[in-house]
Design a protein around this ligand. Sequence first.
Ligand SMILES: [Fe+2]
Length: 267
Amino acid sequence: MTYLKLPIFSQTGYVVLDSYDQSQDVREWENLVFVDWKSSGETRFAPLASAYGEMECDGFWNHTPAKTDKDGVWVPENVALAPRLTERVQEPGANIGRCRVIELQPNTYADAIYNLHRDDNNRLNPEGTGWIVRAFCNLTDNRDSVMILREDKDDPATETRIALPAGAQVVIDTQRLYHAVWHAGNEPRYCLITSYESGPELDAWLTGLHPVALVPSVPVDPDFAQEAYAGAEARRAARAAAIAAKGADPTFGNGTLSAGMEVLSEA
Ligand SMILES: [Fe+2]
């Protein structure tokens, strides 16, 4: 399949942009309407744009009629509560798909490694059109938290950890890179996440914000990291065993999840 992709993503799959001056904004996310939507951790989401303007966060392909992750429809209630956030996401001028504020509860490095996933951003995307990438604009000041990116889910050597102070802006090809956030705070983290179509508008916006395609990783203690990898691996093994048990025993799966069995959905 051939899509229009921006060359700036070819090297690493992400770009870090100039920080946004978050201190100038009112904390609009505190008033938004959030819906329960589990994705890679203990999360809720406040949709600003959804498939058809409803207060929900499902993938655009999971609606009737199904659509690709473009032409998001503004959710009137949340747009009215967050005019500045709505204005911000339109600044690139690129086509917008899903757009929402995520609320993530604190977790551990092991949790984040376990939660690593890729997004399904380009399902139903017509060939020859722009590839969907996602912008992450950190709203709260989470300078001890990091966005974890891996080219290979099982290879720590491919990992990049990007710090998330207030105003941090990262655009990621999340269908290429495995990703999850290690949020080390005591309070929830809020981040504005928007699907954008690759094209000249997005390219111009990125260029104006001095994109850096390779940044040094936030350091992590090697012994601590090894422990986290082992913890994540143990959880994966438990999950695989639970799924195998469900397959062997048809009475096991009745719509509820047992301990050790978790669903990783993409956000
Ligand atoms: Fe994701």
